[in-house]
Design a protein around this ligand. Structure first.
Ligand code: AVI
Length: 321
């Protein structure tokens, strides 16, 4: 087995500076990438098993039913690169269909990534696996030297792109051209616009797992930034905003309260929000336009039950299924 794990050091400092900046802003906000400490990763895996949150299951079913067609459209590649790979569960089917020589996985949750990538490497003896524990949103340039030569596919499933505004998504997709390299492609999965009650239920599951995931952010800050949030004095509040085309996830203060974080104090008014996540939903044509403004051209498109996969390259030949 060929496996290497490289952890990039700056993550702790960024958590502190980004959280303090977000709490000092109006409205207060914290970037959603900070959900994913070890407990947050486990809670996210549990969200994906909730009956109301169908996104992950539908994407898996779509990949399973269309994989031969998708693999044929991609063709021969040497390397799959997956930013935000998490527990590495989604990329396995693609590895088996495309037989690349290399896999490069990146995630801010370095420990979860390293454990998952080690087991994946153990199951694929011929595959050279590189796991990079890094904030790929800011440190993508540092990943360049770990990419092997040859034709590469960037795989970005799970509607992770929805956690960026359309402007940010365009910037991210432009930077993914560097990961993909010359003659590179990108396969991207995203949630489609649909009835708001379905979306509302998906982010307000009856078992309260999404609420626990949202509130864990406060507990993480207590653990890692010496904060003194009382999660019982905040309420998970998620809703679909049809004008912006996104789920908004908030933590609403249930009291007038002052909280200390990393030695600084922040006042919350009763009913004030701490914004924790946007999760954009798209129409297929909207996403094609976002990708086009980042220099990507649609090569293939597959859809099922409110979820879409689109394949892009720099050429101009479209396959629809
Ligand atoms: C990771 N991301 C695509 C998920 C989403 O649907 O936006 C995160 C999530 N937040 C609440 N539930 C799931």
């Amino acid at each position: 087995m060929t496996f290497r794990f490289v952890e990039f050091p700056s993550a702790g400092d960024e958590l502190r500076s980004e959280v303090l900046a977000g709490l000092a802003a109006s409205p207060k906000s914290i970037p959603p990438k900070y959900f994913y400490d070890e407990i947050g990763c486990r809670l996210f895996e549990a969200i994906c098993l909730q009956p109301e949150y169908a996104l992950t299951r539908i994407e898996q079913a779509l990949m399973a039913s269309k994989l031969p067609e998708i693999a044929a459209a991609i063709g021969t590649i040497e390397c799959i690169v997956e930013p935000g790979a998490g527990d590495c569960s989604k990329v396995r089917a693609l590895i088996d269909a495309l037989h690349p020589d290399h896999l490069v996985v990146l995630d801010i949750a370095g420990r979860t990534l390293a454990t998952a990538a080690t087991s994946l490497a153990g199951n694929h003896p011929g595959l050279q696996v590189t796991a990079l524990g890094m904030d790929f949103i800011h440190a993508l340039d540092e990943a360049q030297s770990y990419l092997p030569p040859g034709r590469r596919l960037v795989y970005y499933p799970g509607s992770s792109i929805g956690n960026f505004s359309p402007v940010e998504a365009t910037a991210l997709l432009s930077r993914y051209s560097q990961l993909a390299g010359e003659d590179g492609q990108i396969l991207i999965g995203f949630d489609l616009k649909k009835a708001p009650d379905l979306l509302h239920r998906a982010y307000n599951d009856a078992a309260g797992v999404t609420a626990a995931f949202n509130l864990n952010l406060l507990q993480r800050l207590n653990r890692e930034l010496d904060a003194d949030f009382d999660p019982g004095r905040f309420r998970h509040y998620a809703f679909y905003n049809p004008i912006e085309g996104r789920i908004e996830m908030h933590l609403i203060s249930l009291a007038e309260q002052t909280v200390s974080v990393a030695g600084q104090r922040f006042h919350f008014h009763l009913g004030e929000t701490l914004l924790t996540e946007h999760s954009y939903k798209f129409r297929c044509d909207e996403f094609v336009a976002i990708a086009a403004s980042a220099g990507w051209h649609l090569k293939g498109e597959w859809q099922q039950d409110g979820f879409a996969l689109q394949l892009f390259d720099q050429a101009n030949e479209t396959v629809r299924g």
